[in-house]
Write a protein that binds this ligand. Sequence first.
Ligand code: ATP
Ligand code: MG
Length: 362
Amino acid sequence: MPVLVELRGVSKHYRRADTGETVVAVEDVSLDVHQGEVLGVIGYSGAGKSTLVRLVNALELPSSGSVTVAGQELTALPERDRRQARRKIGMIFQQFNLFRSRTIAGNVAYPLKVAGVPKAERDRRVAELLDFVGLLERAHAYPEQLSGGQKQRVGIARALAASPDLLLADEATSALDPETTSEVLGLLRRVNKELGVTIIVITHEMDAVRQIADRVAVMEQGRVVEVGDVYDVFSTPKTGAAQRFVRTALHDRPSTDTLARLRERHPGRLVTVQITDEAGLQNRIDAVFRSAGVTAELVYGGVGEIRERRIGSLTYELTVGGGAGAGDGAGGGARAGAPDAIDRAVAALRADGVTTDEEAAA
Ligand SMILES: Nc1ncnc2c1ncn2[C@@H]1O[C@H](COP(=O)(O)OP(=O)(O)OP(=O)(O)O)[C@@H](O)[C@H]1O
Ligand SMILES: [Mg+2]
């Protein structure tokens, strides 16, 4: 896939006005954003996500490194040309940033007016954009008369006014409730699919990434520590940061509290098995338990999908013989009874490439 945005060795250091200390906001980031994709950028507060976005649209210049968008090295352009290039990059914000004194239509028309588009064409384009985001009937309303989700749809229409190649969304859904978030993410997906706009979605919510992104970059302390297809990062996160994000978004792993409660009720060994979209996986898991003579009772978990591929995790209670609490006098029930068979089953699963986890708390 052709590359639309190319970051090479990009760093951004700030000097704190009060202490004179250097703050490393972005550090040595090299990243390609492909034409037509939705890239999620995730990271905790202060990781450098917003700074990265401001570098991509050249609102700020890096301390070192280069930023190239659509073949133009923004970092090498004079400011006037940079401003021109920026017109082809749309942006939406957490707080929507609409003009309160302008109507919805007026807000969407604004960038076209600035660009000198004649009135008749402007009106036509505004109607088209408002229709696309489903707000044509509200054209003459003012922002304060709209809900948060509607305001963000206006923000999206405005960002699309100049037909950008690239749309940057910085925490665009963070002020919205989950249902409205899904609606707005759905609209962004349409912007991507139907209009072919490449989108970079900055968020600290892995759920948003899961819903919309094709690939995800994980940022930590200014660096991109992991980047890959969303499914791969969700199914096999490599860094600690990615693992923590994945666990917040996949609700199929028991939390520490839940696990403690499960342990009280289920004296057998609790083993969590990761479910991927590999064909026949469930049969293989069942066969391993059966041949080891282990009884597997499903006690927690769930299976969902990301980009139409199956993903999930299932927590089993594994027991042998008479099941949990079989009176063998050892006090530990099945756990003490026949750990060998369970060890063998778990080892067999691992040998078969099935990811298991006994400390499965989220
Ligand atoms: N203009 C600035 N001057 C000084 N330091 C800055 C400036 N902008 C950002 N920083 C610092 O750079 C680091 C990264 O900030 P940034 O806003 O990019 O993080 P973020 O990942 O967007 O965080 P959040 O999730 O809270 O929005 C932070 O330590 C921040 O304090
Ligand atoms: Mg930010």
